[in-house]
Ligand binder design. Sequence first.
Ligand code: PEP
Ligand code: MG
Length: 587
Amino acid sequence: MHHFENEEKIIQGISGSPGICIGKSYLVDKEGVDVVEKYSISEKDLKREVGRFKTAVKNAKNELSSIIEGIPEELREHAYILETHLVLHKDKMLYGKTIETIEKELINSEWALKKVVSNIKIIFRDIEDTYLKDRVTDIVQVADRIMRNLTGAKSESISEIDKRVVLVAHDLSPADTSQIKLERIKGFVTDLGGKASHTSIIARTLGIPSVLGLDMATRDIKNDEIIVVDGSAGLVIINPSDETLAKYEVRKQRYEAYRANILRTSHVTATTVDDFAVEVMGNIELAEEVVSVKDNGGDGIGLFRTEFSYMSRSSYPAEEELFEQYKDIVELMAPNPVTIRTLDINGDKALSYESSVNEENPALGLRAIRFCLKRKDVFMTQLRAILRAAAFGNVRILFPMISSCEEICEAKKLLKQAGDELEHENIPCNTNIEVGIMIEIPSAVIMADSLADVVDYFSIGTNDLVQYTLAIDRGNKNVAHLYNSLHPAVLRMIKQVVDVGKAKNVKVCMCGEMAGDPFNIPILIGLGLTELSMTPQNIPEVKTIIRELNQKECEKFLEDVFTKTIVADIQKLLQDRFGSLIANGYA
Ligand code: PEP
Ligand code: MG
């Protein structure tokens, strides 16, 4: 066992996804600056390597030149610093020395550059003169830009990591997270992010432990350090002592044993003791996750977030590609339902190739259905693919971010048009599918009775509903402590939707993260929700809990809940009444 000079250190963040992992840290520096690999270059590749370095320098210079050009007149005087930077690119100490190092030591450009910069820092370390000290700062900045150009700048590709590591990143976008290869990555921790961020949702789907919102993780954790990630408690232990390691090994095993145990009964339908049946389904982001829904005993797919197949690529997918993908999923799940949600991009899920959308307030911007109604070409392609896939199994369509009756009517009109077109073209399809909307905007809750007249079902998306109701950015760690789906306002809204559903005979499901948190289940069952969709990993535990509950008792319990006006009181009620039941295996 290793012994570290460093003390054990515990840092607290926000639980992203449960479970425990122990492993070596791997810092993903989005600027690609600090994490530098060293490898040797053969004599015959030397010229090419030096060429690579020269190109990076040239590109860095060009970048800087355009920055300088873009500086407005009134700030021109500051451009002077950048102009000196331009000159520094070819500075002998930096440029000449790096090439010399590559040639002499037969090593890659990144490593050579890093070495040269460290040497410069050492030489200047003891010098008092502020002019010279500033000069070092300039060189370092110039070197950073060159390095970014060498390493491919902001896109250090997560898909290329080839060790079993724990990722440590300042932030991971949903696109980054969706590239994670399970056999490579044990878990991850980030400085930013909140519980309902798309990053953590994907982590849960992947079934790897994660802790988010750690603030300083990328500063506190060095590359290649042993860390323990306790995703359940939301904490990270850096340089664990032997004692801590032993303790966590035990916890890890206990957690895994617990998982194995609840998995055994997971394929059976979940019914309460008084025979109230609940369909427990899985949320997926990628076609590959169907396996996870099946393995965890999901009764179908309650939410397929289709936008992820539009990310991590360079242009919109074609109808045929989408059709093939949807068809595979639908066939795999048949006869169980697959709820295909139409494109919910923007907000925190921007497409790299859609540069027309650059917003100050993306969460309130041209997101989801709003985008689709504007880009009808993109929308129609997807609608056609969905209707075609519907010929192969049990498909339901779901429209996201509906805030008004106009939007759903417009969407339905286009859906009808897509169906008519396909029929006219004699392409096999099924136009007789259930049409539903996400209830995730307060206006949709208020309009639920009217919306019920034009749709077949509602799916409550608590992630956004909480965000928009409480005015709390779901991905912002500074307000993560206020983000709570048990807020009485949220509970009242859910009840309102469920009541409309009962009155109008419209099925009500829930597919936000709230539905997959074991703690909330007694409330959801009390409300009478008959369909819950969640991260596949949570299905076994939720089913286990449902089987222990009595629906009528939960309904009665809700009366107490609705007398409370404070989240903490509601949590306490739940804890006192159901605490022992929902104590998950690792607590
Ligand atoms: C939601 O908002 O609750 C939801 C399920 O959709 P998403 O998380 O994809 O926004
Ligand atoms: Mg949403």
